[in-house]
Design a protein around this ligand. Structure first.
Ligand code: NAD
Ligand code: DAU
Length: 349
């Protein structure tokens, strides 16, 4: 099996690459990543010398480059994670999301169309998507696989569009495909623009914790290694043309999560209880901010036997420990371009 994983130097991708490289010594695993600001080879340093692993630096918006590597490596299957992934950045620069998330995905699908026959036993285009494509929930209800799409940000609109193209190529050209829509991930190696690592980093550095709007927005959190395990199970046992929602029935209002994070950080840093929560600062809301996400994961639980293995309390504690033990990683990536982004986003408000 020649397996292409895109975006494997990013947050979720690095956990997926590690899992596959370690579990499947008989697969040739190719990690294609452009190494954008969010891609970091440090994330997968521990497996870079593995015999079954090859890193390919490149951009999925570059058609000629994709033609060349498909010819060279003859990929059998693709797990596609490469994307622009941060909602706030999509509000600043939507076109970058159109280019990578929509055009980049179509470029990969075009290669599958040209190079593959229609046999699911041999081939699969596995598209990693998000629950954000479904839009926002009211106080009740859950996103099901049949919930209609209603994306509200340029990011989620670009992901929704890419999902539609994957399905369309599956129907029209019979490319075997599966789509999974997952809830918010957290864990080691997440870029500190996303809520949990941003706030851990700010607490370490005694910087304010910028809470958007009233803080009563709800997200459904899943430990990243549980997501990677789900991807493994879906890749091997998922059915052609199916969609699976991935989540752990773990909803948290932002402000409740932030207060728990502050409490754990005080304990771990040996600070008096209440120290970190004094850094909480309510700021202008994100435009188009979705009020609530919550996944109904019953289909993957019952059909594929996956469920999360890590409780939120344990996962959050492990995550904080990882960032505290890897402060050099944080310092390295929060210099340069990140500083400019941070100043632009937060210091103006
Ligand atoms: P990330 O931003 O941490 O990583 C994305 C990776 O893609 C980076 O390594 C980057 O260098 C690479 N990349 C970006 N543009 C590229 C291009 N044009 N060509 C090649 N590589 C490129 O993202 P993440 O949080 O790990 O998310 C991975 C995937 O999972 C995305 O498709 C995202 O939509 C989806 N997802 C994320 C979450 C979450 O909570 N983070 C939840 C559900 C789904
Ligand atoms: O639901 C899955 C999605 O989760 C993924 O598809 C995205 O790639 C991923 O970025 C994430 O999107 P969110 O917008 O939910 O994640 P983020 O960490 O940016 O924000 C989480 C919540 O915290 C959200 O309600 C906005 C709020 N927030 C975020 C930041 C960065 C703040 O209040 N302050 C902040 O500074």
């Amino acid at each position: 099996m020649n397996l292409l994983i895109t975006g494997g130097a990013g947050f979720i991708g690095s956990h997926v690459v590690r899992l596959f490289v370690k579990a499947y010594s008989d697969y040739n695993i190719y990690n294609l990543d452009k190494l954008s600001y969010a891609g970091n080879l440090e994330n997968i340093k521990d497996i870079e010398k593995a015999k079954n692993y090859t890193f390919i630096k490149g951009d999925i918006t570059d058609k000629a480059f994709l033609t060349e590597i498909f010819r060279k490596y003859n990929f059998d299957a693709i797990i596609h994670l490469a994307a622009e992934s941060h909602v706030d950045r999509s509000i600043e620069n939507p076109l970058a999301f159109v280019e990578t998330n929509i055009i980049g995905t179509i470029n990969l699908l075009e290669q599958c169309r040209k190079n593959w026959n229609n046999d699911r036993k041999k081939h699969l285009f596995y598209h990693i998507s998000t629950d954000e494509v479904y839009g926002s929930l009211g106080e009740k209800g859950l996103f099901e696989e049949t919930t209609s799409y209603k994306p509200n940000s340029p990011y989620s609109a670009s992901k929704a569009s890419s999902d539609h193209f994957v399905r369309a190529y599956g129907e029209t050209y019979k490319i075997p495909y599966i789509i999974t829509n997952c809830s918010n991930n957290y864990g080691a190696n997440q870029f500190p623009e996303k809520l949990i690592p941003l706030f851990i980093n700010n607490i370490i550095n005694n910087k304010s914790l910028p809470v958007y709007g009233d803080g009563k927005y709800t997200r459904d959190w899943l430990y990243v290694e549980d997501h990677a395990r789900a991807i493994d199970i879906v890749f091997h046992n998922g059915k052609n043309k199916e969609t699976y929602n991935i989540g752990g029935f773990n909803e948290w209002q932002n402000i409740a999560l932030i207060k728990l994070l502050c409490k754990l950080m005080d304990q771990k840093l040996g600070r008096n209880e209440g120290t970190s929560s004094q850094l909480i600062t309510y700021i202008t809301d994100r435009p188009g901010h979705d009020r609530r996400y919550a996944i109904d994961a019953n289909k993957i639980y019952s059909e594929l036997g996956w469920k999360p293995s890590v409780t939120f309390e344990d996962g959050l504690s492990k995550t904080i420990d990882w960032y505290l033990d890897n402060q050099e990683w944080l310092v390295n990536i929060t210099s340069g371009a990140y500083k400019e982004y941070y100043n632009k986003m937060y210091l103006k408000k």
